[in-house]
Write a protein that binds this ligand. Structure first.
Ligand SMILES: N[C@@H](CCC(=O)N[C@@H](CS)C(=O)NCC(=O)O)C(=O)O
Length: 269
């Protein structure tokens, strides 16, 4: 049976517990799709410097853009044929593959229109992100294991061009400027969620949830894990539309697969 073997999800380690353990909006995207569709899966937690070794050990080709190996990665030998190990990586291709393999419920309930909606929502999230990223990224290392913490601090300090600790905004002018970005760029999302007169339901498509909803919820969860105050401000946007969306998606964000050890050769630290 093609689908009887469980999917395995590689997620990033954190010291958060229970439904909050998964924190990266990228890995959450794959997790949310598995949970949304009720696909049985196993999971294991990976330390940052081991992601590359994991990818190589699974025979994955390096990514063409960005870092060579990234999570989320899944293994599902029964349906992934692009690698002999049954591994594939990258959150959107994973979501599309799972949607094809496990069609119900659909990630795009109105077909092409839902896909177009997702593309627009994802673009809007990239516009909002500069408003919250500086609050979150500097707080990540405090929740990683020691090797992950060192790797993350080094690589992200290099990406920001200054020590990560100096990225966290503290002065009022910067705080106001960043919040203005959030308010301005999230206004279309609030408007879309509010809808016209008769709109019912907390999702972009009313009562039908889809990938666009999960996408936003994954970003909100990322903020929630590290900055409860900022998260509260997000939930207060509009007239509670964002809060209603998050609350309705929470079960798909928080659900967990069965823990399954997947040993990875250790990188030298
Ligand atoms: N486009 C990729 C991006 C994934 C990504 O950047 N993942 C990060 C974790 S949030 C990662 O694995 N980084 C590896 C590294 O920093 O070495 C996706 O959506 O899957």
């Amino acid at each position: 049976m093609a689908n009887s073997e469980r999917v395995h999800l590689f997620d990033l380690y954190s010291d958060f517990t229970g439904g909050s353990k998964s924190w990266s909006y990228n890995t959450l995207k794959a997790r949310a799709v598995l949970n949304f569709k009720g696909i049985p899966y196993t999971q294991s937690w990976v330390c940052y410097p081991d992601i590359k070794l994991l990818g190589a050990s699974l025979g994955l080709p390096p990514n063409e853009q960005g870092r060579a190996y990234t999570l989320p990665t899944i293994v599902h030998k029964a349906t992934v044929t692009s690698t002999p190990s049954g591994a594939m990586t990258d959150s959107i291709p994973i979501a599309l593959h799972l949607d094809k393999t496990f069609p119900s419920p659909p990630l795009f309930p109105s077909g092409d229109a839902s896909y177009a909606l997702f593309v627009a929502v994802a673009k809007i999230m990239t516009l909002i992100e500069p408003g919250f990223r500086p609050f979150i990224v500097p707080r990540v290392p405090g929740h990683l294991d020691p090797r992950g913490k060192q790797y993350f601090t080094e690589t992200r300090s290099a990406a920001f061009g200054k020590p990560l600790a100096e990225v966290l905004p503290t002065d009022k002018e910067t705080l106001d400027k960043l919040w203005k970005i959030v308010e301005t760029e999230s206004a279309p999302l609030v408007k879309m969620l509010k809808g016209k007169d008769q709109k019912k339901g907390p999702f972009f498509e009313g009562e039908k949830a889809g990938f666009a909803d999960l996408w936003v919820a994954c970003h909100l969860a990322f903020i929630e894990r590290f900055d409860k105050e900022l998260f509260g401000k997000f939930l207060g946007l509009g007239n509670g539309e964002i809060k209603a969306l998050y609350d309705a998606c929470l079960l798909w964000i928080e659900a967990q697969g069965e823990e399954k050890d997947w040993p990875i050769p250790q990188a030298a630290s």
